[in-house]
Structure formats: C-alpha cells, structure tokens
Design a protein around this ligand. Sequence first.
Ligand code: SAJ
Length: 407
Amino acid sequence: MKNKTVCVVGLGYIGLPTAALLANNGYQVIGVDVDPKVVETINQGKIHIVEPDLDSFVQSAVFSGRLKAYTTPQAGDIFILSVPTPFYNTGEIPQPNLEYVLTATKAIAPYITTGNLVILESTSPVGTTTQVYETLKAEGVDVENIFIAYCPERVLPGKIMVELIENDRIVGGINPASTQEVKTFYKTFVQGKVLETDSQTAEMSKLVENSYRDVNIAFANELSLLSDANGINVYELIRLANHHPRVNILQPGCGVGGHCIAVDPWFLVAKNPDLARLIHTARKVNDFKADWVIEKVKSTALAFELEQHRKPKIACMGLAFKPDIDDLRESPALAIAKALQTQFENLLVVEPNIKQHIDFNLVNYNDAVEQADILVFLVKHKEFIGLELDGRLVLDFCGILTEVEFK
Ligand code: SAJ
C-alpha cells in the first residue's frame, strides 16, 4: 500500500499533520489547499499553524520530496478530505455548512479512477459520506468501482503528532468493501486499534464523543451555579463526588470554547431537534455560563462601588479557550472580556500566551495582580497558579484557587 499516492485536501489542523505523517511513512503525498500562501509556506518546508513537532515532520516530508503542496487536486490513489465544516449561526439551532466538503468533493471528482479510495475526515453530520457518494456520482465518477469511507479524527490540539499515531480510530465505509479498504490503509500508519463500522455510525461516533463532553461539562457548569447560590465551593464538591467509584464529573469553567466541543453537538441537534433535547440544553447551559459570569462580575463591581465610593479596577485573567494554549477560537473568556470592556473603563486584560490583541492592551499578570481591585480568573493558565492572592477580591471561574485538573 505504501507505494501509493495520497492526495490530502485541506491543509489545516488535521490535514497538514496527516499529510506530513503519511509522507514520513513512505507515501507520496499531494497536499491541496485553496490558500496560495499556505501552499507556498508548506513547499518551503515551513508551517502556518502552531502545533508541537509538526515543523520537523513537515520539513522532512518536504525536503525528502514526499510531500508537495498545490492549490488544486492532482491524481492519486487515495483522497482524504479534511476541510472545515462550520455552521450557519442563524436561528435558534445553528445548521451545518457542508459547502467546503461538497466543493472539495467536486474538485477531486475529475481525478478519481477505478479502485481509488475516498476518505472523509472532516467532522460531519450523519449522512455526509453518503452525500459525498451522491456528489461524486453526479459528477460522473464510476462510484460502484471505487471505495468511499468516513474516518473521524479525535486528536487533541497540542498532542496531534502523537495522537494521530497512537489513538484508536473508527473507520466506516459506505459498503463492507470500502470499510476493509480504509482499514487496511489506516493500519499502515496507526498504532492504535482500527475499529470497523459503517459510515453513518462512524460519523455519529465523532459527534457523540464531543457531545458527551459538552453534556458532562454542562452538568459541572450547572453545579457551579447551584453551588454559588448555596455558598459551596464547586471544585471541592466535584473533587469529593468524584471519589465515588462510578462518578467522573468534569470541571466547570467560564463556558465551553474551541472549534469542536462547542460546535459538534449542534450537528446532532440540527438533524433531530425534537429528539436531541438533552444535548441541545447542554449547549444552552454552557453558553449561558458565560453570560452568568458577566453578570457576576457586574454585581461584584457594583457592590465594591457602593462600599468604596469609587469604581473598581477589574482584571480579566486569561483569554484562550482552555489552559496553556494561545488559541482564542470560540473562546468564552474572550467574549466575556469583550463584553466587560464595554462596561468598565480601564479594564486590565491578561493573556500570557499571546503578545498582542487587536481589541485589548494586554498587561503582564503580575502587574494586573498588583493593580486590580477585582481579579476575574477565566482560564487556569499555569502562570496564574500559586499567585499571591491573600486579601485580594477574587472571582474564580476556573478553579484557580483549588487543586483541580482539567482532563
Ligand atoms: N472544558 C471545561 N471543563 C472540562 C474540560 C474542558 O470547561 O472539564 C472546556 C475547555 O475549557 C474548553 C472546552 O471545554 O473551553 C473544550 O476543551 P477540550 O479540552 O475538551 O477539547 P478541545 O476542543 O481542545 O479538543 C477536543 C478534544 N476532546 C477531548 O476529549 C479532550 C479532542 O480529542 C477532539 O479530537 C477535538 O476536540 C476535536 O477535533 O473534535
């Protein structure tokens, strides 16, 4: 199998690491991205995204001649689609946007020949692989004599190069022959188990994994509201409850962010709105948590003002969507800081993982601790742990004052 050529369409957080890994495993790889700057960067052996070890994988793949990037697809034996699947954020239930998947499918259609394997890796609503099949058929591809399958990725940003190799993978073909073909392919570079199913179950398993986390975090976030109303430390509460051998509650935060957990559950809700009631509610509970945080800061500031007869100086500690990263996509902390900036003059904003931000004059965390009247901890970055906070007015929305670990 390794003498084959793989065409990877979409060179983002999943496509580029996958392309580089395949090239380092002996495959000839064609990388495709619509952005000419991305293509140019990769062909220089460089990378356009932040991910540990990715640079050395890409460098060796490009310099060995096994990875070359283009702006349009080229002929190959295996085609991997790893393009974004965002959603249209209109109405009460956001709807999946399959434009990129279907455009990429049409783009590879002219290059597909008998015996080729087409794999969809993008997180997708149930039924999308069948849509890929239908689209290829409509484009004149002899779909009865090729293999088509879905294979979701489940890697953790920051550990992608390790998890792409070590994680178990789920593969599901549109028919048993496709499942076998795609399994044989992944087994050439994955050390984890490669588990077989059909394409619809594979699609749904990815959505279910991320919805499971969203629902569990929503439970924790709801507990944080109940605990606050009852004068209880929610982190202590969860730590104790998790000593039960069959209880494993995740941690509350200032909301749920990132481009996976906060997005994928909508694909289930959009498909079956009348049935996915718990998953829908979890999304709303997690989104509401950020609004609740804003109100909590405002009421604390008002109480301060009434007591001290001056407006407090407030510091927002952390902007990223989770600890120790520089990624601000869909970050509730960022949304909270933006909302507070409209209410409070001279808001101090701290994000140790980035140097500058268009909306804020970022300050050093030590300066913020020294200057602020109210410290609002939004993200549990390592820099904030163990800061001297005795006697300070602290609003802890991420467990900075308690020993808890985000899993
Ligand atoms: N969060 C909490 N409490 C927790 C854990 C997380 O509030 O106890 C929040 C985080 O602060 C963050 C959000 O949830 O805002 C998502 O963080 P995450 O670490 O759960 O997930 P991501 O988005 O970085 O990556 C996830 C990964 N899922 C995990 O189960 C850790 C990864 O395995 C998936 O492959 C990836 O989504 C994806 O591409 O779907």
